[in-house]
Design a protein around this ligand. Structure first.
Ligand code: Q0Z
Length: 301
């Protein structure tokens, strides 16, 4: 986050934390102390590409992704309970803020992969397996896996990269029982997501979800944070899916193409910051987020 982006001053809330593209606030109680049971999760309009924050922001991105997450929570409600309490939030964050139950978050990034690419592809090329799961021979970039594979990572601080966790490391962190449940649920969420999305022209290559537990120690795992959005998942356009090379990104392809095109000719390997996005790229990118929302949910944004 750039130092020029100050958190919002929301009356009745205090800023807790900001990630790259989202912000967390805590409601204040009558005595002005932070509520220990609730958080306000706010999705910003910020966009990152090639590990850089883009400027300007993408209008409506935070609201589109928030509505998409809320819709997915409903689609997944028979698999796992979620942290959502209310969408009654301050006007300044209307549509992109959600009041949630404050949970004890697990210190594991729960990732599942349904298609092979990125770090999973690298591991497969080296070892023929991904996170300890032996895969068939002959898979290439973009291949569909026989079934979703759980590929957890550590939660690294902002700016650092997450590292793969071996199954025994996850068990040491969570206990054998919770580790098995996190794996099962993460794979089930991605499988359900792809059942729904594939009919609507979108493939979800992989996804990252976060789970928490009630601080009172009762009850099982609760699905938190955002779920099955283009920020937490790789969305691919189904009609362009062609294993054997990197797949185009559903949401970020206009940005990537423009940044590396001759029109601007940004050399990302040279290390300098990216240019301001032109209006047409911002508008095309906004349209892709809206299109994903409308295709998946069947609702107008
Ligand atoms: C989520 C994150 C950020 C948004 C903490 N229900 C919950 N209970 C406790 N903690 C969290 C949640 Cl969702 C929690 N994050 C990730 C960071 C903005 C989400 F800056 N961190």
């Amino acid at each position: 986050m750039r130092v020029t982006d100050l958190p919002l001053e929301l009356p009745g809330y205090t800023h807790v934390y900001s990630g790259k593209v989202r912000d967390l606030y805590a409601p204040l109680d009558a005595e002005g102390r932070p509520d220990e049971e609730r958080l306000l999760l706010v999705a910003s309009n910020r966009l990152s590409a090639y590990d850089w924050m883009m400027s300007p922001e993408i209008p409506d991105k935070g609201a589109v992704l928030t509505r998409l997450s809320l819709w997915w929570f409903d689609q997944l409600a028979d698999l796992v309970p979620n942290h959502v309490v209310s969408t009654d939030v301050p006007d300044a964050v209307a549509g992109r803020g959600v009041l949630v139950r404050r949970l004890d978050m697990l210190k594991v990034e729960a990732i599942a992969r349904a298609y092979l690419t990125g770090g999973g592809l690298e591991e497969y090329r080296e070892k023929g397996s991904v996170s300890g799961v032996v895969l068939p021979e002959g898979l290439v970039d973009g291949s569909r896996l026989p079934e979703p594979v759980f590929t957890p990572t550590t939660k690294a601080p902002v700016g650092e990269h997450d590292l793969p966790m071996a199954p025994d490391e996850v068990e040491a962190e969570l206990g054998v029982e919770v580790a098995a449940e996190v794996s099962r649920l993460t794979r089930a969420i991605l499988a359900r997501g792809n059942e729904i999305a594939a009919e609507r022209g979108i493939l979800i290559a992989d996804t990252k979800v976060e789970f928490g537990l009630s601080p009172d120690g009762t009850g099982g795992l609760v699905l938190a944070d955002e779920v099955l959005t283009p920020d937490s998942s790789r969305f691919w356009p189904a009609e362009q899916w062609e294993p054997g090379h990197p797949q185009p990104s559903y949401d970020k392809q206009f940005v990537r193409d423009w940044l590396t095109s001759s029109e601007y000719g940004w050399d990302r390997k040279a290390g300098g910051p990216p240019p301001e996005l032109p209006g047409h790229v911002v508008e095309q990118t906004r349209a892709k987020y809206v299109e994903a929302y409308e295709r998946l949910t069947g609702e107008t944004f």
